[in-house]
Write a protein that binds this ligand. Structure first.
Ligand code: HMG
Length: 425
């Protein structure tokens, strides 16, 4: 049987599943049962999911959790997180509690500018192009009037259009570099529609438009979150030693890209989990964050730390392009609920909450790495996954959790304990 197909998109769901099962499943009944198990019994909701993307055959789920006790600029939040990795939510909860007794998190939105570009080729003289651009600039903005009308009422819109000469890097290549304010929306569709209207108004027989698209690199859509405390309050014992070690761990991530990537991955554990839970675009956020980490030409830490006049300071500055309206934010029932749990924040407030989630994860990881090592806490949380992999029943789980309390958990140690338990009973 051929494993390729034409007209798949026109098949009903049942036809899609049958075709897939017959061609790709090793156990047809089991595979089909798994797909059916995760369909939503609420038909209206399932239809909504089916309309998010194309060719849907079921739903793929990740756990949804709450990390409570975040105090951000004096306001208390419980933060929803959608993530599959153990210990991330426990770490967030541990750290929110820790900083709640040390003044909480302080945050600030530095800027909210989004970017889109019309990329084009032009073979003639630059002076002529520049004159043409200056003449037509107002018309380019007017060409978007019907699209920007509502956004302007909300205080957003196009803030500028710049002609950029990139011919020193690529022959004949120029850009219209357009900046936007998009209020409470992430603005991707808005920006792309504006760019296409601008390109249409701009093109002439000498200008070849290559493409018009927003940029997910948003270094001027920046938020800062920080914590600080007296060094003596850092830990109960050896505070100065551990605070210094913590700062050194951040310094290492600032000069060593191998470490920086893992360091930032830990930050993205927190960022992505909240971005996903609020129905935002985690691929866009991740791409923008990693590009920002490389802005000096070297990949570096997204966080920084220092000790100054006996005070420990730890902060993150990260570009976050987010929405609290539009996209899936109000369509996905759990995204909508997440925003409600977060007390219906504006996009600016959400930027601050998510920056805190990133800072928190990094604090948890570095605190563990510079004290006990990561495995003790991580494996303590991962224990349930190992027990499930080994198909332990409820009774066995209870005994083994008790037995391994306070010990370092490894896959082998769990397997051995389970084997012993099973052979002795
Ligand atoms: P602990 O001190 O053993 O926890 O920490 P505890 O049992 O004493 O409980 C203290 C508090 O922790 C609790 O307070 C909770 O807030 C939280 P309570 O609720 O009792 O008032 N907590 C939990 N919350 C929910 N469910 C739980 C739970 N257990 C504790 N089951 C902990 C244990 C794992 C939190 C700690 O060891 C830790 O933070 N470790 C770091 C974990 C981490 O960073 N995980 C991220 C994944 S690892 C990774 O991918 C990134 C990395 O490579 C990045 C990098 O290298 O930088 C590490």
């Amino acid at each position: 049987m051929s494993k390729t197909v034409s007209g798949f998109s026109k098949f009903t769901r049942e036809e899609k599943v049958n075709w897939l099962a017959n061609n790709y499943f090793t156990n047809v009944n089991e595979g089909v049962a798994t797909l059916n198990q995760y369909l939503n019994h609420n038909k209206k909701l399932q239809q909504l999911h089916d309309e998010f993307i194309e060719n849907t055959i079921t739903n793929f789920y990740v756990p949804y959790a709450i990390a409570p006790n975040f105090i951000i600029n004096g306001k208390t939040y419980a933060i929803p997180m959608a993530i599959e990795e153990s210990s991330v939510v426990a770490a967030a909860s541990l750290v929110s509690k820790y900083w709640s007794t040390r003044g909480g998190f302080k945050t600030k939105v530095i800027s909210t500018t989004k970017v889109g570009q019309v990329h084009f080729m032009y073979e003639k003289n630059f002076e002529e192009l520049y004159t043409y651009f200056k003449e037509i600039k107002t018309q380019l903005i007017e060409a978007t009037d019907s699209i920007t009308n509502n956004m302007r009422k909300r205080g957003g819109g196009i803030t500028d259009i710049e002609l950029r000469n990139k011919t020193s890097e690529l022959k004949n290549y120029y850009q219209l570099h357009v900046t936007f304010e998009t209020a409470d929306s992430m603005g991707a569709n808005f920006i792309n529609s504006c760019l296409e209207a601008i390109a249409n108004a701009f093109k002439n027989k000498d200008i070849k438009i290559v493409m018009s698209i927003l940029s997910n690199y948003v270094p001027d859509c920046l938020v800062r979150a920080e914590v600080s405390c007296k060094v003596e309050d850092f830990f109960t014992e050896n505070s100065e030693y551990y605070a210094q070690k913590f700062v050194e761990a951040v310094q290492i991530a600032n000069i060593e890209p191998y470490r920086a990537v893992t360091h930032n991955k830990g930050i993205m554990n927190g960022i992505d989990a909240v971005v996903l839970a609020t129905g935002n675009d985690f691929r866009a956020v991740a791409a923008g964050a990693h590009a920002y980490a490389s802005r000096s030409g070297k990949y570096k830490s997204l966080t920084n730390a220092k000790i100054e006049n006996g005070i420990f300071h730890f902060w993150i500055e990260i570009p976050l392009s987010l929405g609290t309206v539009g996209g899936l934010t109000k369509l996905h029932p759990l995204a909508k609920l997440s925003l409600e749990i977060l007390q219906n924040p504006s996009a600016k407030e959400l930027m601050q909450i998510i920056a805190v989630a990133g800072l928190t994860q990094n604090f948890a990881a570095l605190k563990a790495l510079t004290t006990t090592g990561i495995q003790q806490g991580h494996m303590k949380m991962h224990l349930m996954n190992i027990l499930n992999q080994l198909e332990a029943n409820l009774h066995e789980k209870e005994i083994i959790i008790k037995e391994l309390k306070g010990k370092t958990v490894t896959h082998n140690a769990v397997a051995e304990a389970l084997h012993k338990l099973r052979t002795h009973n």
